[in-house]
Design a protein around this ligand. Sequence first.
Ligand SMILES: [Zn+2]
Length: 293
Amino acid sequence: MISNPIPWPNGAKCAVAITFDMDADSLIHIAKPDDAHQRLYPVSMGRYGPTVALPRILETYRKFGLKQSFFIPGWCLETYPETVEAILKDGHEIGHHGWIHEDPISTIGNQREWVEKALESHKKICGGKPRGYRAPVYNITQEVVDLLIEHGFEYDSSLMADDIPYLMKSAEGELYEMPVHWGTDDWPPFAHFDEIGYLMPIRGPSAGLQGFWEEFDAQYEAGGFFMLVVHPFLTGRLARWRLVDQWIEKTLDTHDVWFAPLEEICAHVKQLKSNGAYTPRIEHLPYYTEPQR
Ligand SMILES: [Zn+2]
């Protein structure tokens, strides 16, 4: 079902990553820059992520001995330093997620400035360079891909061209892709955020999560890669996270899976490639250099 499955460490059947994008209230500040500071409701909805959900999520990961990946905008690193400290103290990975959740498309012409501003913030607060990047709203551009290569990033996690990690090559060099897709993102089932243009009918916790577990079953059967892209202020809510916690426990008990941060999954694939044990599929970039009419 997957034409070139990746051999996972210790014969595990599937690599699993539950990745969080800790956007907090950056979403309302970038959407309504003039008056977001007066809008207490969306600010409070975002703040729930770093202040209430994150401690809960970290507790689950500690209980099961898991290390995972968090993508955090630079502005959020600066605004919620205690949360960042707790994430790093537990040994998790933090990746680059823009400065204040700006859509890269909206910064065309100034993409370097925005990417590097967040990068400097990351180095200052996290004490090292990020290995991975996820574009706000997945909107990575060719210029950002090339900036990531220039700055020595190992991987991106914003694109959708395969079920399993693959390699992207451009004139600037290469970058691994840890692919996302909307079926494993909690925005469609759980986001209800009129101010930024999302009015999804919220699904109940088990109904909203059910699609994720079916995605896992298919990836597991195919020996693939299962990654959730979720948000603390959505999936870190009490009833939803309780079900995720139960799913992790059951999956660890009954399945042969490799839970790992994306940087480790990427390093594993890179290692396999360098010793000739595996050849990742390659996507050549850019896809297009001019409008297609
Ligand atoms: Zn985000």
